[in-house]
Design a protein around this ligand. Structure first.
Ligand code: CA
Ligand code: CA
Length: 145
């Protein structure tokens, strides 16, 4: 893939942003997507770094979730903040990961991201239900590396 812009069309990006908005209607958790060509390093460490750079560790309940995708590496990480990791089981993200992986494998990036985002929202709802006082703490946009 030549350019990161080729990964998703502007229309597809809008659909993904809409998915984040919908997912955050179920949960106080904050979901973001970061896309870049390559992690250049251990993908998990890079996801952690991006999480911090995006100031995602500043949520009140420490319930931010980053979906990090390294396009050329064909890999992704779902990185949740401490507040989530403290209360969920180790395999909490597995079903979300599986959904995304199966779509990515068949080249359906947009669909994989959207369904992953919606699934993450459903899963988070159990632990961090949406409340009427909810604040959108992190912008629902896609960042690019
Ligand atoms: Ca929120
Ligand atoms: Ca948000």
């Amino acid at each position: 893939m030549s350019k990161i812009e080729d990964f998703l069309s502007p229309e597809e990006e809008q659909e993904i942003i809409e998915a984040i908005r919908l997912a955050e209607k179920n949960t106080s958790g904050e979901i973001r997507v970061h896309i870049e060509k390559t992690s250049n390093t251990d993908v998990f460490n890079r996801a952690m770094e991006v999480f911090h750079n995006l100031k995602m560790d500043n949520t009140k309940l420490q319930n931010g979730v980053l979906i990090y995708v390294a396009v050329d590496d064909k890999t992704f990480v779902i990185y949740g903040d401490k507040g989530i990791n403290d209360v969920v089981s180790k395999d909490f993200w597995d079903s979300t990961k599986n959904i995304m992986q199966s779509h990515f494998k068949s080249g359906h990036f947009k669909k994989g991201l959207i369904e992953g985002i919606l699934k993450a929202g459903e899963q988070l709802e159990n632990y961090f239900p949406w409340q009427h006082t909810d604040v959108d703490e992190l912008p629902n946009n896609i960042s690019k590396g």
